[in-house]
Design a protein around this ligand. Structure first.
Ligand code: CA
Length: 225
C-alpha cells in the first residue's frame, strides 16, 4: 500500500511518513501542490494525505484536479487543515476530500481515519445482485454506478453512501446512523460530513440525485417516484 503525503511542513511530512511506514505503508512526500499532483497522477497511490495551505498550488485545487482525472478520481484523500480554516474545510469536502483532520492531530487519530477509509473502499460487497432504483443502477460487486446506462464516477465513500441509501430505499436514515454505517465513525464526528457528501452525490447523479430526499431535522432517504 502506498501513500503520498503532500505537505510543505517538512517535519510534519516526515513524521507522518515515519508513522505510516511503521504500519507497513510505502510513502512518498511532496512538498508543494504541483509536484504532489504530478506524483499522485504518475504513481496512483492507495491514499493521499493533502495539506490545505501549500505553495505552488493549494490543497483544494489539487483535490479538485485529482477528482477530475478519471484515473485518480477514486483515490481516497484525507485533507489536513490548520485551526481556523473551518470554512475551507467545507470547501474541501465539496471538492472531493473523503475526510479531514485539523492540526495538530495524533498519529492514532490519523491511523483510525485511514483504517475507516480503507474499510469503505475495500469492504466486500454486501450482495451480488445489481440494485436498480428508477434510472439508477448500482453494481456492488464491480463498484459501478450508472444513470440511464451512463457510468458515474464516485469516490469510495460516495459509493458506499449511495449503496446504503439504495439498500434501505423508503426508510429514513439519520445522519448519525449514516456516519456509523458508511464512515465507521461514532457519534462524535461532525454530521455536516454527511450533508456535504450528499450534496456532492446529488450533483454527480443528476436526475437520479432527486431520489435522495432530505428529511428535515433528521437525515435522508431514497425514494423512487
Ligand atoms: Ca501548509
Amino acid at each position: 500500500m502506498k501513500a503520498i503525503i503532500i505537505e510543505d511542513e517538512r517535519d510534519l511530512a516526515e513524521l507522518l511518513a515515519f508513522n505510516l511506514e511503521k504500519e507497513g505503508w510505502q510513502t512518498v512526500i511532496a512538498l508543494d501542490g504541483r509536484s504532489g499532483l504530478e506524483k499522485v497522477t504518475s504513481e496512483l497511490p492507495d491514499l493521499v494525505i493533502l495539506d490545505l495551505m501549500l505553495p505552488e498550488m493549494g490543497g483544494i485545487e489539487v483535490c479538485r484536479l485529482l477528482r477530475r482525472q478519471e484515473k485518480t478520481a477514486a483515490i481516497p484523500i484525507i485533507m489536513v487543515t490548520a485551526k481556523g480554516e473551518e470554512i475551507d474545510r467545507v470547501v474541501g469536502f465539496e471538492m472531493g476530500a473523503d475526510d479531514y483532520l485539523v492540526k495538530p492531530f495524533s498519529t492514532r487519530e490519523l491511523l483510525l481515519r485511514i483504517k475507516a477509509i480503507l474499510r469503505r473502499s475495500s469492504a466486500p460487497p454486501q450482495q451480488e445482485k445489481i440494485l436498480v432504483r428508477g434510472v439508477l443502477a448500482i453494481d456492488p460487486d464491480r463498484h459501478r454506478v450508472t444513470v440511464r446506462g451512463e457510468e458515474v464516477t464516485l469516490t469510495s465513500t460516495e459509493f458506499k453512501l449511495l449503496q446504503t441509501l439504495a439498500e434501505r430505499t423508503g426508510r429514513m436514515q439519520g445522519r448519525e446512523l449514516l456516519l456509523r454505517d458508511v464512515w465507521g465513525y461514532n457519534s462524535s464526528a461532525d454530521t455536516r460530513t454527511v450533508d456535504t457528501h450528499i450534496t456532492r452525490l446529488r450533483g454527480k447523479l443528476g436526475e437520479a440525485g432527486e431520489m435522495i430526499r432530505t428529511v428535515r431535522g433528521f437525515g435522508y432517504k431514497m425514494e423512487i417516484e
